[in-house]
Design a protein around this ligand. Sequence first.
Ligand code: 5GP
Ligand code: MN
Length: 339
Amino acid sequence: MNKDHITAIKTLIKAPKNIIIVTHKNPDGDAIGSSLGLYHYLKKYNHNVSVITPNDYPDFLKWVPGEDTILKYDAQTEVSTALISKADIIFTLDFNAFHRSGQMESVLEANGAIKILIDHHQKPDDYATYMYSDVTMSSTCEMVYHFIEMLDDIDKIDTATATCIYLGIMTDTGSFRFPVTTSTTHRIIASLIDKGVDKTAVHNNVYDTNSYNRLQLLGCALNNLKVIPELRTAYITLSQSELHKYNYKKGDTEGVVNYALSLKNIIFAAIFIEDRQENIVKISLRSKGNFSVNEFSRAHFNGGGHNNAAGGKSSLPLNATVEKFIGILPAYKEALHNE
Ligand code: 5GP
Ligand code: MN
């Protein structure tokens, strides 16, 4: 972020304002962590701050400090819309195009408040008054830390803020192992622990709260795993009836695609999840090395994300979606073998 913008934001946040923080649909750990981390920080300046998510998020995020204050736009539309219409500043975190905010898209687009974007996804849209976009960053949470640092306010990070930031760095880096994790990421993590983060509790809350149904669903997903060794690709499907059988709850399929990617010699993995309610198949793509699933998803599945983790969707039925995927793959044979 350039110095003039930092100076402008410093001036802006000196006096109390109406501030809204929004994040993307189906919020993950980084979306919730960055939004609430920023929320706790801005509260120190006595702003009137609200976090609004487009919709609900998984139970494994329902312990984060301040989580009980979050408004869900789809369920609390009226109160959310009223707050957004009064906003002086809107922060958009962990996404970079309004269509990623679900039903909030048109409300955000029409709003004239100062917009501050903090995000690490590729190809940001040009809507922000102040844009802090960096695709080399591990997570939006890491960027929130840097943002607070640029404002010379590291001393304002308390245990609650630190816990939120720790959460999103942890989830977006696969617990500090993905290539986006740098020595700086680890130095930030160290400083967050010094601020009092109970790291064991954060890990337990996110990863060790499986339900029996969720593990059964994982078993079903692993049974459905298919491998195309000559294209170094593996994929998983989950139909609506399978989800129903194991009493699927939001978040239950989080991370399942990584099992496909964990196979020896596999560098490209996908999961196709049928969603009859929205009439789409939700797709998660993961890769190792230089094979860009962001580009693959943009080109074929109306999505995007990062080089090694992206999402997309298909309006074809589940089987036809998988057939389409298999049909496209041979065109990438060389790219998949150059890894
Ligand atoms: P996931 O597969 O875990 O849903 O998402 C992986 C990454 O891709 C995340 O950073 C997420 O924000 C992004 N992503 C997921 N779905 C979409 C989509 O439909 N469009 C775009 N542009 N990004 C997505
Ligand atoms: Mn993120």
